[in-house]
Design a protein around this ligand. Sequence first.
Ligand code: FMN
Length: 183
Amino acid sequence: MKTLIFNGSGRKNGDTENLIQELVQNLDGEYKIVNTFDGSIKACVDCRYCWTHPTCCVQDGWAEVALYLQECDNLVIASPIYFGELTGPVMSVLSRMQMFWAAKLFRKETLPIKPKRGGIILVGGGNGSAAAAIKTASLLLRQMNAKEIGEEVFCFTTDARKAADDPAAVEQVKKLAQFFNKM
Ligand SMILES: Cc1cc2nc3c(=O)[nH]c(=O)nc-3n(C[C@H](O)[C@H](O)[C@H](O)COP(=O)(O)O)c2cc1C
C-alpha cells in the first residue's frame, strides 16, 4: 500500500507535521511526504503544453510526485488553515495536477491515475470556519481520483494547545489510518 501526503505547512515540528507523523506511525505500507513549502515544485502557469503532450514541460520535483500520485492507493491533503483556506503553497503545488485534467479534457484519455482513498487533515488557531478548506481539499482529492474520502481530521485550537496534545484530533488521525489500512 502506498500513501502520498501533501504537507501544506512550512513550520518544522508544527501542528500539521505532528499529525502527519501520528498518521504514518499508524499506517501500513510505504508513504511519501511532499513538503509544499520547500519550493522544489513550481506553480502551474497554464502554458497549455499538456493540452497536447502527456507530460508537463516544467522540469522540477513534480515529475517524481506525479508518478507516485498515479500509482498510490491513498492520498492525503494536510494543511493549516490560512484565512479560511488551504495554504498558498499546497494550492500552488496541487495546481500541477492540471496535466491530468488536460489528459481527460483535451487529449480525451482515460484518467491515468489509479482510483484511491482520500484523507483531509486541517489545523487552525481557532478563528473562523474551515468550510472553504474542506470544500477545496475534497474537490482536489476527487480530481486526483479519490473515490472515497475518510472522515476529516480537525484541530482548531492550536492557538491554545498543540494539535498533538488534542486527544480528539489524535483519535481522528488513527481512524484515518485504519480507513486506509482496511484496503
Ligand atoms: C497567514 C496565516 C493565516 C491564518 N489564518 C487562520 C485562519 O483563517 N483560521 C484559523 O483558525 N487559523 C489561522 N491561522 C493559524 C494557523 O492555522 C495555526 O497557527 C496552525 O496551527 C499552523 O499550523 P502548522 O503549525 O502546521 O504550520 C493562520 C496563520 C497564519 C500564519
